[in-house]
Design a protein around this ligand. Sequence first.
Ligand code: CP
Ligand code: NVA
Length: 312
Amino acid sequence: MTVASRVRHFVSVADLGPSDLARLLDEASSLKAGRGRHARPLAGRTLAQIFEKPSLRTRLSFEVGMVELGGHCVYLSPQEVGLGRRESVADVARVVSRMVDAVVLRTNAHETIEEFARWSSIPVINGLSDLTHPCQGLADILTIRERKGPDLRRVTVAYVGDGNNVLHSLMLGTALVGAHLRAATPEGYEPQERYVELARRAASASGGTVTLLRDPVAAVKDADVVYTDVWTSMGQEQEYERRRRAFHGYQVNADLLRGAKPDAIVMHDLPAHRGEEITDDVMDGPQSAVFDQAENRLHAQKAVLRWLLGEG
Ligand code: CP
Ligand code: NVA
């Protein structure tokens, strides 16, 4: 028998309603403002991080976040656990649940996180799967809110590139806050229909919109935010050449950016493949918000930890 029904997880931005998201964002902003001075409510609590793929930001932000909240963290690398290979996902979930207070999973397959959550009696946080990256989505909305103000109902976010995990979470997040998302993807690289539907449902309640396009120039026209991500995600390395060809014309460069509003910000979840989806001059230019966005992973993650560990 699975145990998950009583436990709160953060597996997708779709797990949040508009008021949950607003509360998390407010909490993240207040933790950011009070960094170094705020309370340490997670003293004695332990977070495990089980990763099947590499990470800089996700691992570091959870580790530092736990320490700053008074708790600590155990990291288990791709070589160690062997989720579903060395041991079944259900068994790992039940063992981990007996020893720590929450777990972050970064997996190849989204189903692994869902299966883990079914068996876990502690909160499960999605630290990236092939389908979604909700912690990134949260930090993205936090960054947009910082730069464009708390009311995002007049804000247009243009996403140019692959219809991937990062776009799925961004789409759900912008829909919840009532912003207008325009995504330009090449044929065959559109976001999954299921996430488009979820986002459109949330947008219809918030007054936001989700528009799918082919043309990056049309997507970026008069946008407030221009967002891109890698063309080849972790685990897709064998598709590298095919993707490079398919994404020709989808680079965020100075020419494309000129079509956005003059005060538009540029976002990228990182790591960037500079010279592919984004040029150095744009990434390092005055409109770039990418390093604020990276820092905001820490503040957003701390808010998630407080929420799930019952201290938020
Ligand atoms: N953006 C992000 O999740 O970065 P990492 O893969 O380094 O964690
Ligand atoms: N789409 C990228 C995001 C990395 C944070 C990937 O899955 O590799």
